[in-house]
Design a protein around this ligand. Sequence first.
Ligand SMILES: [Zn+2]
Length: 122
Amino acid sequence: MPNINEKELNELRESLLTYKKQLQHEIHDELIREGSSSAISLAGKVHDKQEESLSEMLTEINLAMLSQHQHELKNLERALQRMNEGEYGTCIDCDAPIAIARLQAYPTAVRCISCQAKHEQA
Ligand SMILES: [Zn+2]
């Protein structure tokens, strides 16, 4: 990782770990919320039709958030793993170093800006 010095790497690791804790906390809450809303509808406590569709909508939003957060957590763990392997900060597509400013803004980035743009178009 010639483009990142040790101090920067430690800071990036710190922000990844902080973010990871935050994500795990949110996923935990979402799982509890999901569990309790299914439990409520299973118990037949939601009688009102309007209430029912509202609760379904909230469940859907919650599930979308949950899968988004689980996806982010996966990216995060991948970034931490690449850090341990000394591959962090290297583009997985073209092997070029990823700009430090990009990593500081998106610590989970695995591609340089131009490869990311190509990847998103594909
Ligand atoms: Zn690249």
